[in-house]
Design a protein around this ligand. Sequence first.
Ligand SMILES: [Zn+2]
Ligand SMILES: [Zn+2]
Length: 239
Amino acid sequence: MEILQFLGRFLNTLFPEKCVICKKGLNAICDDCKEKIIPITWQCLKCGYPSKKNHVPFCENCLLEEVVPDLIISLFTYEKISPVIINLKEKGSLKAKKALKELLEKYLPKKLEIMDYLSPAETVLTRVPNHPLKVLKRGNDHTLEIAKMISKLTGYRFVDGIITKEKLTPSQKGLTREERIKSIKDSFSCKTKIPFKNLIIVDDVITTMATVNEVSKKVKNLNPHVRIIAITIARATVK
Ligand SMILES: [Zn+2]
Ligand SMILES: [Zn+2]
């Protein structure tokens, strides 16, 4: 083990690890970039959209869009954290994984204080799944990685497979809100009866809520009693 540690330090001296965001600073994420990624402090207590000050019970966004989960919590605005998510999703980058782990350790516990009343005995955590063919193509399964990290940090039990991805859907990039809703409709299913009060659904990013609404509908169809809390790493705030 000591030899491995020594070898790791030796290699790190020869080829220092460069920051996943600025590609200049040292470590998986450098101190400068870590400081610049500011979590969403105040939010809407329904849809999770950032608010200017204090939490608000609902917001303009809730009036404009359907919000199926009972609560959405996103940690960061997408603009700041996108290199970490893209590298993790598209390349399965270990450096991005390490950077994300550091960010979650630093910011997640404080952020989740708004859902502190969820008893671990009555709560399970699952994730928005990727289609098996997409996982095969990318060579990694990023929402699985993110869900495992959040489960480990929070202590909520991770149960995979509560939601399954039935249909392969094209990339949502560049689609309008209506197109996204149409494209994703009935592409997920939930066949699991959940004997718990609360279900946490983890995903990487919320852009239009099309995905998070669709999976929540499928869960609620079979489990109308279950309270759904969606947790995502990022929230796109520029539409
Ligand atoms: Zn950096
Ligand atoms: Zn809202």
